[in-house]
Design a protein around this ligand. Structure first.
Ligand code: ARG
Length: 564
């Protein structure tokens, strides 16, 4: 059942097929106020062929439309307005949702095509930043959204485990570090050495050369360099995994930059063979002037490879492994130029699948208006943010619902949910200033508000103690107060499509907020648990709301506790 389809078909018949289905679909509007109907068709486009004023056209068109499936069809100014038959629409919507359950909104359009998603990808020996958190939760949500649409997402954590910074870290460790310190607090102390290195390097630029030299040793397989690198990497990864566990996020691959260390030679050889490499001050570059981009630096004069060299090898490897439909990179907007270069080089190499590479950028998180910087030690520690959020959730639960069963689990779900939802509710390109109090706020447009709405719906259903099978009752809900809720429920499949098309989980988060608000408004103004002939329909509505809120939260990677 698709009401929009019904509206379009009625219009098409009324117009004697003067306009195509797609044309009508494009023109159809949803009026701002439901007092004007549920769909509105503007007639301006017909003025040329009908040789009449749009107002007259609207009036005439109404007489030609078969309105029996609707509550009414009326002309208002230049528009033909459709009012849906509400009880019938509600019945159809609720019946569908209850019958489909968790499959509501599923589609097989993806045909199981692979979509690798490059996400999270923090840098070894540094704390995971807020930027990496954004990449993690956006990537995770996109994976869930695409999975629902029948694609096969592959979550890849492309760890930043290679590069000059490891040379610097080795130098810093030799000069100022100790094994005992690192064992006590791996990331904290590795970060301390790294920050110290940069302070010292400002005074003594030769340190940078030493760092580069140690990285070169690492690339060449020097045993001491390799041993230290493995040690740092293992410790960092263990810390990262603790955060992923708390977030409830896992990965299909941890092939990071280092994995490509021995896979770059063939790529460089291929570039050479295709005549794309040029020498510039001893370095090897690919010229991208034609694309309006700065040159891609493939090899430094000392022979060391770069970030883009590894990304080229990784992109090719992913295509060979997955023959992807799309290959997503959820990485901050500050790397936009890098991904343009990556695509441009792949194109020059003759790979037409380069067009399927999509950089999904997101905005910057600042703190007190300033950019966060690992080097300057100006970082927000994710573990602390999560701890704080969970303890606030704990305090709220203790105050509001001290009897709650398994309060610790719920506090975890609510606190972590608040952090994830906060990150996902804004358009991903919007930048925002990090404010802990804001992140862990539970009132207003927040994850806990949506979770709480679902828990409230669950509690109504427990109280109702309705033993019958709702699907055998008429769900033709006549209450006009419920109308907004029903319309949002029916819109969910479109919402998922929009989120997927725009690579934009915020579409789902905003939808969940709208649905929760509409339901709470309905709940405040109606008595649900009255034993009359509409009881089943109302309970059907509550069940459907709870199901769809759970699905929406699920697509965001946020838990939906039954009680809180
Ligand atoms: N580790 C990088 C950083 O922190 C992000 C990696 C993004 N993915 C990629 N394929 N380049 O900036």
């Amino acid at each position: 059942m698709n009401v929009k389809e019904n509206v379009i078909i009625s219009l098409q018949q009324g117009l004697d097929a003067e306009l195509t289905y797609a044309q009508i679909e494009q023109l159809l509007e949803v009026p701002k106020s439901s007092a004007l109907g549920d769909y509105a068709f503007p007639t301006f486009i017909l003025a040329k062929t009908w040789h009449r004023a749009p107002q007259q056209i609207a009036q005439e068109l109404v007489t030609k439309i078969d309105g029996t499936a609707f509550e009414k069809v009326v002309a208002t100014g230049a528009y033909v307005n459709f009012f849906l038959n509400k009880p019938a629409f509600a019945a159809a919507t609720l019946t569908t949702i209850l019958a489909e359950g968790t499959a509501y909104g599923d589609s097989d359009q993806g045909q199981q095509a692979n979509i690798p998603i490059d996400m999270s990808s923090p840098n070894i020996a540094k704390p995971m930043s807020m930027g990496h958190l954004r990449s993690t939760v956006i990537g995770n949500s996109l994976a869930k959204i695409y999975h629902k649409l029948g694609y096969q997402p592959i979550k890849i954590n492309y760890l930043g485990d290679w590069g000059t910074q490891f040379g610097k870290l080795i130098v810093a460790y030799h000069k100022w570090g100790s094994e005992a310190e690192i064992k006590a607090d791996p990331i904290g102390n590795l970060l301390k050495y790294y920050v110290h290195f940069h302070e010292e390097a400002l005074k003594d630029p030769e340190l940078d050369d030493e760092g580069r030299a140690w990285f070169k040793k690492l690339e060449d397989g020097d045993p001491e360099a390799t041993h230290l690198w493995e040690w740092f990497r293992g410790l960092s990864l263990a810390e990262f995994k603790k955060i992923y566990d708390r977030l409830g996020i896992d990965f299909d691959s941890f092939n990071g930059e280092a994995y490509y260390n021995d896979k770059m030679d063939p790529v460089v050889a291929d570039l050479q063979q295709k005549g794309l490499l040029q020498e510039s001050q001893g370095a090897q570059i690919v010229d991208l002037t034609a694309e309006g981009l700065t040159p891609a630096l493939i090899k430094r004069s000392d022979g060391a490879t770069l970030y883009i060299t590894r990304d080229l090898a990784a992109a090719i490897d992913r295509y060979q492994k997955y023959h992807f439909a799309k290959s997503l990179y959820v990485v901050g907007a500050e790397q936009t130029e890098h991904f343009k270069q990556l695509k441009a080089v792949l194109k020059q190499m003759g790979y037409d699948w380069a067009d399927q590479i999509i950089h999904v950028p997101f905005g910057l998180i600042t703190k007190d208006g300033k950019k966060l910087s690992t080097r300057k030690g100006n970082v927000v520690l994710l573990d602390q943010v999560l701890d704080e959020a969970v303890s606030l959730a704990q305090a709220q639960i203790a105050a509001k619902n001290p009897e709650l069963h398994d309060a610790a689990t719920v506090a975890h779900q609510v606190g972590v949910g608040a952090v994830i939802f906060h990150d996902l509710k804004n358009d991903r390109l919007d930048s925002f200033d990090f404010n802990l109090a804001e992140v862990v706020r539970f009132e207003g447009e927040t994850g806990p508000y949506v979770q709480y709405t679902n828990a409230r719906a669950q509690s109504i259903l427990r109280k109702a103690d309705f033993s019958g099978d709702l699907s055998t009752h008429s769900l033709a809900l006549a209450d006009p107060q419920a109308w907004d809720v029903v319309k949002y429920l029916a819109d969910f499949p479109n919402v998922i499509q929009r989120a997927a098309q725009g690579f934009e989980p915020s579409v789902i988060a905003k939808y969940a907020l709208r649905l929760a608000k509409a339901f709470n408004k309905y709940y405040a103004n109606s008595k649900i648990l009255v034993d009359d002939e509409q009881l089943a329909a109302r309970l059907g509505l509550v069940t459907a709301v709870s199901q769809v809120l759970q699905l929406a939260l699920g697509l965001l990677g946020v838990a939906a506790p039954e009680e809180m």
